[in-house]
Structures are given as structure tokens and as C-alpha cells.
Write a protein that binds this ligand. Structure first.
Ligand code: AMP
Ligand code: MG
Length: 411
């Protein structure tokens, strides 16, 4: 069987994924969800020209000759609080006392902040305010539509909503938000040696860590994990679990049982109950990857080794879930970082090494987490990136720049 390049495997998987339908949810539930339709401003934001300061709306020409020695007194003809609408226009020699966010009179040319007047000496009831310097057209006035113009596109479909987008949606009056449905993903750990996390392992047994780690990755990908009980290396048990799961979810995920051991059943059963494509991907860790469908639902058979399972998830399952979940941006960003460790040799397979990426004044650095065995799940806990050593190249020397897929926060 030929070895597939990582990018080719990713492309082949993505091609087969279809995006779920949308649903409408309350704005307050929308953080982190993916917008399913483009959103347009229903009106200008701000909707009217308003004051950026607590101060006085004025005509610029009234203050042309104002100075510290030659102050100009203006007649206060109205007071406007935020939420109120001014009833007067300015005329020569007048000022309108106005609060931040209040609509400015239609002919106001500038707002002079309290701090630049004799406001400190006068009280709020005074009839006259003194100004000590000229001002300019537009000073401290926020024009209508400065932020968003009526009818303009403010958010594109396929973007994940962050706190700022929630603010935008509230501004345009979107009490209900169209978002893509989140994919539901069955998590099926296979292996006779596995026990659940609350169970004391007996001789020869280990705890099921993949199920929990993959469920967490599913959440990070914006999808909903459905944890199923551990499946022993038994064909009937696997068949039964798959049949039950496929009815409840959009995607199935197994771990373990996809290599060539005596009890590796996943491929065989997938072939029997669905459509299987089995790939050897030119990568390390995690060469074997079973991928296919049951009743039209995608299924991913991840390798059992914890690091392989998580790295394969990152590279193949995550982008697939994001496409199903409607994201425009499918892949993690990659950055370039200076390798701090020893020289890394290339291999005929592309290597994804667990690294800690740090930011410094001179740029990003990457340091290996330590030993890189595919069973060492602790390396995934400390890493925030996967450093790529391209296949069949010259390797990467210490001090050289390397590409790193960033999956955690920068240190
Ligand atoms: P397998 O692919 O089933 O041959 O498993 C490869 C290695 O991964 C073996 O050492 C398994 O014990 C281990 N392994 C498989 N599934 C899990 C799991 N859910 N959690 C932790 N380790 C696992
Ligand atoms: Mg196994």
C-alpha cells in the first residue's frame, strides 16, 4: 500500500465532508458558535451623530479668537442628556450642554469638553460658559455610521463568534442568531486492556485516556462528544456499538484496533458494515488511519497510541469537524519558530514533534517537550505546537526556523 502525504489525506477527507444545517439560537448562547449567514447592519451605528465627551456643542467660528487671555463666553441655551433629543439649533454665541452619547444638535460643529472650559468654577445651572481655545470641525463628534453603515456586511458566514462579534450582533439587533448545528461525535475507545477512568486497573489493564482526550479535542473543534462505553476487541461488540452509535451522531470516532495486531478488528468491521478507506499516511506519529463511512456518516479510526490518536485527530478529524460545523477556517494556523534543541534529522515520513512555542522580543522559539514516543500522552499536555520536520529533506538544524502547527496558547 502506498503512503499518502498528509496534505493529500486532508484534502481527500475534506472533499467528502458536508456542512450541517443551521439553527437559530439566542444571542447569549452564540459565543463560540459558527455564524451560518452573512449579517448586515439594520441601521447606521451609531444611529445618529453624538457627542464623544461630556461638554458643550458649539459653532467653530464662535471660538476662532478664543485664547487663555481672551476667553469667549457662550450662552447655554439647552441641556441634553444621553437618550434625549436636542430641541434647539445652535446660533452664533450659544452653546448646548451635552453628555457623552447624546445626539448633537443638527448644526453642531464641535463639542468642547468640560475640561477645556470654566466648567470647574461654574455650576451646572450657570447660563454662561467660557472657552479658552479654538476648536475644529468634527472635534468630539462621532458621526452617524462611523462604526457600521446601514445595509453593510458586518459579519461573514463561517466565522466563529467571539465576544466582539456578539457586541456587533447586539448592535444590529440580532436577538436570534443563525448558526450551524454542532456536529455530534461518537467517541469509541476499543481495546481489551482498557478500563474507564474511575475503575482501578488490574494486572495488564490501562485506563482509557484516548476517549477523554479525543472528547476534549472534539469540544475544542466546536463539536459535541458523545462518549460510548469501551468496546472490547470483539467483533460482535464493535458491530453492536457502531450500529447503535450511527443512529445518534453525525460522525464516529474510534481509537485503537487499526493496526495489524491479532485483535485489530476495526478495519474488518468497518469494511463489513460500511465503506472503508484505509490509508498509511506518510507521517510520524500515527501512520495508520482508517477513514470511511457508515450509512453516509463519516467514521475515523484513529490509532491507539495516545499521541498518535491525538495528532491524527488534530490533522484529520479537526478540520473535518470544522467543515461539517460550517467554519471557513479549517486548519490550525502555523507559525515559524526558531528551533532551540539539537539538530533534527529528516525521515521518509513527515514528523510532527511536540514542542513548546514561546514568544520573545526576537521572535518565536520552539523547544521539544522531551522524549517523543507515541505513547507519551504527557507530551501533549505540555506542548502547544507540533513542529514539522518535512519528509525526505535535510532535517532542521538547531537555531534554524521551523514550521509549527500551533494548537495551544503561546507561552
Ligand atoms: P492498538 O492500536 O489497539 O494496537 O493500540 C496501540 C497502543 O495504544 C496500545 O499500547 C494500547 O494499549 C494503547 N491504547 C489503545 N487504546 C487506548 C486508549 N483508549 N487509551 C490509552 N491507550 C490506548
Ligand atoms: Mg488495541
Amino acid at each position: 500500500m502506498t503512503l499518502l502525504a498528509v496534505a493529500d489525506a486532508q484534502a481527500a477527507i475534506l472533499e467528502r465532508m458536508t456542512t450541517l444545517a443551521s439553527e437559530s439560537i439566542d444571542l447569549n448562547e452564540a459565543l463560540g458558535r459558527v455564524l451560518a449567514a452573512p449579517m448586515y447592519a439594520d441601521r447606521d451605528a451609531p444611529p445618529f451623530a453624538n457627542s464623544a465627551m461630556d461638554g458643550y456643542a458649539v459653532l467653530v467660528t464662535d471660538l476662532n479668537n478664543a485664547s487663555a487671555d481672551n476667553s469667549v463666553a457662550l450662552q447655554i441655551i439647552e441641556r441634553v442628556a444621553a437618550g434625549a433629543v436636542p430641541q434647539h439649533q445652535l446660533r452664533a454665541g450659544s452653546a448646548i450642554r451635552i453628555m457623552t452619547g447624546a445626539q448633537v444638535p443638527a448644526n453642531a460643529e464641535a463639542v468642547v469638553p468640560f475640561e477645556e472650559t470654566d466648567e470647574g468654577q461654574a455650576n451646572a445651572q450657570t447660563e454662561v460658559v467660557r472657552m479658552f481655545q479654538p476648536t475644529q470641525h468634527g472635534n468630539n463628534i462621532r458621526p452617524a455610521g462611523e462604526d457600521m453603515q446601514a445595509g453593510s456586511l458586518v459579519l461573514a458566514a463561517g466565522q466563529m463568534l467571539n465576544a466582539g462579534s456578539i457586541g456587533v450582533l447586539a448592535t444590529i439587533g440580532a436577538a436570534q442568531v443563525p448558526v450551524f448545528r454542532q456536529p455530534r461525535v461518537a467517541i469509541i475507545a476499543t481495546g481489551d486492556e482498557l478500563v474507564d477512568v474511575g475503575v482501578e486497573p488490574k494486572a495488564g489493564q490501562i485506563r482509557n485516556s484516548n476517549g477523554y482526550a479525543n472528547a476534549a479535542q472534539v469540544r475544542e473543534a466546536g463539536a459535541i462528544p458523545i462518549m460510548l462505553p469501551i468496546v472490547p476487541d470483539n467483533a460482535d461488540a464493535l458491530r453492536a456499538t457502531l450500529a447503535q452509535a450511527v443512529a445518534q451522531v453525525d460522525v464516529l470516532l474510534t481509537s485503537g484496533g487499526v493496526s495489524v495486531g491479532d485483535y485489530d478488528l476495526v478495519k474488518q468491521i468497518l469494511n463489513e458494515v460500511g465503506k472503508l478507506e484505509f490509508w498509511r499516511v506518510r507521517m510520524r506519529p500515527g501512520k495508520p488511519l482508517a477513514f470511511g463511512s457508515i450509512n453516509g456518516k463519516p467514521i475515523f479510526g484513529l490509532p491507539g497510541n495516545p499521541v498518535s490518536a491525538m495528532v491524527c485527530f488534530e490533522l484529520f478529524v479537526r478540520p473535518a469537524l470544522r467543515k461539517i460545523g460550517g467554519y471557513q477556517q479549517l486548519l490550525r494556523p502555523s507559525v515559524w519558530a526558531k528551533l532551540l534543541d539539537a539538530d533534527l534529522e529528516s525521515n521518509e515520513r513527515r514528523q510532527y514533534l511536540r514542542v513548546i512555542v514561546k514568544s520573545s522580543a526576537t521572535g518565536l522559539t520552539a523547544e521539544l517537550t522531551g522524549a517523543q514516543g507515541s505513547g507519551l500522552v504527557s507530551s501533549m499536555a505540555s506542548a502547544n505546537g507540533l513542529l514539522i520536520v518535512p519528509e525526505a529533506g535535510h532535517g532542521i538544524n538547531r537555531g534554524a526556523m521551523a514550521e509549527v502547527v500551533l494548537f495551544g496558547e503561546l507561552h
